[in-house]
Write a protein that binds this ligand. Structure first.
Ligand SMILES: [Zn+2]
Length: 147
């Protein structure tokens, strides 16, 4: 089964988030870092929440993280996701800075579908690492596998 989900809604890419998506296309997990005070932030946004600077740099993370939380979405689901239910949605905390959290899916391997891991086996705190999955012509999504 292809990991692609037909007609799934995809993230909207804008000027602020473009460098993140440029990174995933290259196999890099990037977060913003304030060029004034050094505070990292995710998701991408124009202004530093710590010092209000608009000066931003991008930093590639290791892609190592731990499961911070997870859910199993229940109906009603968007029609695109009905064929792959039940599946998991996880929130991970990045190793470099556990305050940086990303939402994704835990999958069995880089080519697997979002329903390839039994949600009953997921444990809060387990180690994961990022993989990158094309999800359409333009977008490569970060997803997660067990480390
Ligand atoms: Zn700052």
């Amino acid at each position: 089964m292809s990991p692609m989900i037909d007609n799934a809604p995809l993230p909207a890419v804008d000027e602020t988030s473009q460098p993140f998506w440029d990174g995933t296309a290259l196999g890099e997990l990037r977060v913003q870092r304030c060029a004034a005070c050094g505070t990292r932030r995710f998701p991408p946004r124009p202004m530093c929440p710590a010092c209000q600077s608009l000066d931003v740099e991008w930093e590639a993370m290791s892609g190592r993280a731990t499961v911070w939380s997870f859910i199993v979405p229940h109906p009603p689901l968007l029609p695109a996701f009905m064929p792959v239910a039940p599946y998991n949605v996880i929130v991970v905390a990045l190793d470099e800075d556990p305050a940086l959290r990303m939402v994704g899916n835990l999958i069995a391997d880089a080519d697997a579908s979002i329903n390839s891991v039994d949600p009953a086996t997921i444990t809060i705190g387990e180690a994961v690492r990022v993989v990158f999955q094309p999800a359409g012509e333009e977008i490569v999504l970060p997803r997660w596998v067990r480390a």
